[in-house]
Design a protein around this ligand. Sequence first.
Ligand code: SF4
Ligand code: SF4
Length: 319
Amino acid sequence: MDEKNLVGRIYDIQGFSVQDGPGIRTTAFLKGCPLRCPWCHSPESQAFYPQLSWVSMRCQGTALCESRCIKACAKGAIEPAEQREDAKTGEMLQMIHVKRDICDNCGDCARVCYPKALYLCGEDYTVEKLAQRLLQDKKFYARSGGGVTISGGEALSQADFTVAILKRMKAEGIHTALDTTGFAPWETLARTLPWTDLYLYDLKHMDSEKHKQVIGVPNETILDNARKLAAAGKKLQVRIPVIPMFNNDVENIRATAQFCRELGEAVTVVQLLPYHNLGVAKYLRISDKPVAEATPPSDAQMQKLKAVMEEAGLNVTIH
Ligand code: SF4
Ligand code: SF4
């Protein structure tokens, strides 16, 4: 197939991003990930299929919209639920509940929900459609030393699409970054080499057993791929999510620092990303299952971990 017409599934596109590489960037988030990080702040990124999401604060209540979503669902997957007080008027609004065990994510209800309280998360784009969106911000990239970042989920799970969009951006002279878990066969990651200027590379734990126990996959492939990227002369911004009771002990951070040192000049910076619980509400948009919350690490603890990494001679920032 013509590369321009390859289709990828996207769950978000964020312009004016300053967190995903140098300068001002536009980041495209691809849907689907083989990892299951319990702290994931984008739970909507994990499944490969489009998912029905419901944002309660946007819902105007069934009285105002005449229960459009309930009527639109032929499977009977939407039912009236508890009431919510409207913050402005104090009026009680009748909310809804989506029966997740019946819902097949067909999207019929989302199509009739005018405040977009219900929406399907995950939209298919051709390479050219995404390219045209990313090119809208080209002047900002040029002025700021920015570019385009392809993220996820795990973008390498949609490798043909990811390679094609990176290639398309390089053809436009745009700086490209790939934000990756590193969990993919090397042959897949290697396909991105000619078209990727920078890798934003996650390292979560140096103990493979613990990595597998908590995230669902071991870490050997991830570490091997980082070594191979470094050997190929690529630049890596290493990202470490600092998660209480998982990887925030000095021993693990010291081992991670040692690994980064072994990668030599490939590692331009190590970014420590303290856990936050802002993603917790997002779980309730797509699921009834409660999610475990942790207490974010203190500033003092983050500074201590930063110092441990700096002792190894690394350039470290806290995001
Ligand atoms: S989700 Fe949308 S269609 Fe359904 S009750 Fe709320 S506003 Fe109305
Ligand atoms: S996505 Fe389809 S099955 Fe699910 S609640 Fe909406 S209309 Fe019903």
